[in-house]
Design a protein around this ligand. Structure first.
Ligand code: ZN
Length: 194
């Protein structure tokens, strides 16, 4: 009888020590949860930092000669904001980029790094014909981020009627077909460079 009591007593002790352990774990947790993380002063410029946060951002592919892999990335794999993405507001009217525009204009891409809009086809296939005229408006959406949200719909509709845009879109769609065909041929063909 007394040995049974002893047994229970020792069992109680075990429970106590177990709960002590769990208290230790809890206190560990709380110390992990509230460490004062020191913000290191960024050594990079702000735009560089942004580009690291958004590696697939279209702004990383603008204003330079792209190879085929990069062109394909721009056409197919560029970063797309979530539906609940908080677009920053700008100007007196607090206007901002509208997510629905991405559905209305298949060529439209939003750059979070620059808070601006680009055309994926003109960025990757429009460089030869666009910009040589030196007219600022043809650079918008192509080499310069479009940010005038008040005029966005009007400008987007204008852009998609331009010949240089239609040419770039045709080139881009042809390129995509050839590129994907070539990728599937890699399995059977070794000499794809020719
Ligand atoms: Zn375009």
């Amino acid at each position: 009888m007394s040995s049974i009591l002893k047994f229970f007593k020792s069992d109680n002790k075990n429970t106590t020590s177990v709960s002590n352990v769990s208290i230790d774990v809890d206190s560990d947790k709380s110390s992990v949860g509230s460490p004062p993380i020191k913000r290191r002063k960024p050594e990079m410029s702000q735009s560089d930092a942004d580009r690291n946060i958004f590696p697939n951002d279209i702004a990383n592919f603008c204003r330079k000669q792209l190879n085929d892999i990069e062109k394909y990335e721009v056409l197919v794999h560029n970063w797309i904001p979530d539906v609940d993405f908080k677009f920053p507001t700008s100007g007196k009217r607090n206007l901002k980029f509208q997510h629905s525009w991405l559905r209305s204009f298949v060529w439209l891409v939003y750059s979070a790094a620059e808070d601006g809009a680009y055309c994926r086809y003109c960025v990757s296939f429009g460089s030869n014909s666009v910009g040589k005229g030196g007219h600022q408006n043809t650079n918008l959406l192509v080499q310069t981020a479009f940010q005038d949200w008040k005029k966005a719909l009007e400008k987007f509709r204008e852009h998609q009627k331009k010949k240089y845009h239609l040419d770039a879109m045709e080139d881009g769609q042809n390129f995509k077909l050839i590129y994907e065909k070539r990728k599937s041929d890699v399995i059977s063909e070794i000499d794809i460079g020719r």
